[in-house]
Design a protein around this ligand. Structure first.
Ligand code: LLP
Length: 453
């Protein structure tokens, strides 16, 4: 990703082995007999038995990250919901892990809600997002009995209230406000700035009007406010600033309407290490900045401490995942670069083409060897922009090697496509030496299952 990932000097062979890549790999990663192991499972063997391309997710890392969030937010205040943002990676198995860890789940479409329902996820722990929820989606949410709907527009508010009334319900809602903060990240994933399709801006009085209207509508139970300033944020001061602004607004709301905000959801956005030079903030520091920041500002304004929620997505799953590919062709263009072509690409990882994202790569069956060359990992799709890793250090590749791209657990499988009628890879969850397929590889029949002609 462009900013705030540390600017990269031109890539040179860095002689690092798999062992040196711990910062971007799952916490259980180790190198044994020259092979990369994750969750106690040999990834080279896994590639042989399951085929490639293959997403591998490490259960221990996912659970550890969820627990870190619970620990370091509740350390500062008892009443904090950790709401996993399902858009980062969602499967039935993932929903069950989130439920087992006692966390909540953020869904942003009827489809994500359907996964939560099928997984038996407790509906009172669901937060629903979206800047244009359809009537059908709102009906599904009401009928399922979701805990909270985060309202994004006046139109939605009116429709939701009417639909709740029809069902004899009062739906608990949060109002999404945009605090006017341009978070220090790629502009495509900034969401808290004034010019955003999301939420009610504070400056022109929109957010205040939204609150007044929500308080009037009989089908709504206004619990509080939500904000989300962006994603892959390294610098915690963007969060601090946004909290200062929103708590100030809570005070204005009390003065103008008498309403006291009971709940405050500050969204997700904590960045992760994609590259070795990246130094994201820790969950521990993040928890302190968010929770202590809210406590400090509400105290200044003489407001009660609200129930809080944070919505991490990427920082729960990104480093838990790797993608395995088989090297199929190597093209050396003298004095220009070496392309290593693999059996996947922009259909399983669009992030490099879309955001100029950067990844670390290694050869899983040569994980004990130094990365003594620089190569560009290209996919198999019919366009030049189909690159997975641009100019990065790599062990010397040979056809048939298993190439591992690190930190692909977030926004890769969830943003995957069938471009060129490529079947989507399977997802394997590894834990304690066991591997289980949680999403099977698609087949050509799957590709045609919606065809009616
Ligand atoms: N809450 C809301 C309302 C969100 O919109 C998002 C992410 C999150 C929480 C989770 O944010 P995280 O902790 O994952 O940063 N496709 C892009 C990322 C888009 C993020 C969208 N919203 C990427 O691949 O970088």
């Amino acid at each position: 990703m462009g900013r705030p990932t540390t600017p990269r000097p031109p890539a040179v062979p860095d002689m690092k082995t798999g062992t040196d890549l711990a910062a971007v790999l799952p916490m259980t990663a180790e190198v044994k007999d020259g092979h990369l192991f994750v969750g106690g499972v040999d990834t080279v063997e896994l590639a042989r038995t399951q085929g490639t391309a293959l997403y591998v997710m490490d259960e221990a890392t996912i659970r550890h990250q969820l627990r870190e969030y619970v620990r370091w937010t509740r350390y500062h205040w008892k009443d904090v919901d950790v709401v996993y943002a399902g858009k980062a990676f969602m499967s039935l198995a993932m929903c069950r892990i989130v439920a087992e860890e006692g966390c909540c789940l953020d869904v942003s479409s009827g489809g994500e809600l359907a996964f939560a329902l099928r997984a038996g996820f407790p509906m009172e722990r669901i937060y629903v997002h979206g800047n244009n929820k359809t009537d059908q989606e709102l009906a599904e949410c009401l009928d399922a009995g979701v805990g909270r709907i985060v309202v994004d527009s006046f139109e939605e508010m009116e429709r939701l209230s009417a639909m709740a009334e029809e069902r004899g319900k009062r739906q608990r809602i949060l109002i999404r406000v945009t605090p006017g903060i341009a978070a220090d990240t790629h502009s495509y994933i900034q969401t808290g700035a004034e010019d955003s399709k999301f939420g009610f801006g504070m400056n022109e009085g929109l957010a205040m009007r939204a609150i007044k209207r929500a308080l009037e509508l009989p089908g709504l139970d206004l619990a509080g406010l939500h904000m989300h300033i962006g994603s892959q944020i390294f610098a915690l001061h963007s969060f601090s600033k946004a909290i200062e602004v929103i708590v100030h607004f809570m005070d204005e709301v009390r003065t103008e309407t008498g309403y006291v905000v009971r709940e405050l959801d500050t969204g997700g956005g904590l960045g992760i290490a994609y590259g070795l030079p990246d130094e994201p903030s820790t969950v521990k520091d993040y928890g302190k900045v968010i929770v202590d920041g809210i406590k400090e500002h509400v105290e200044e304004h003489g407001l009660p401490v609200p129930r809080m929620a944070v919505e991490p997505g990427r920082s729960i799953v990104a480093n838990a995942g790797v993608t395995l590919y088989t090297v199929g062709a190597i093209k050396e263009i003298p004095n220009i670069r070496t392309y290593v072509a693999v059996d996947g690409g922009m259909s399983d990882n669009i992030r490099t083409s879309l955001y100029d994202a950067h990844y670390e790569a290694l050869i899983a069956n040569k994980a004990d060897q130094p990365r003594e060359m620089v190569a560009t990992v290209a996919g198999k799709h019919c366009e030049s922009g189909d690159i997975i890793v641009n100019d990065a250090p790599l062990q010397c590749p040979e056809v048939g090697d298993i190439l591992c791209v690190c930190a692909t657990g977030a926004y890769c499988q969830s943003m995957s496509s069938n471009y060129n009628k490529q079947v989507r890879p399977a997802v394997v969850m590894v834990n304690d030496g066991e591997a289980r397929v949680i999403v099977r590889r698609e087949t050509y029949d799957d590709l045609m299952k919606c065809e009616v002609g």
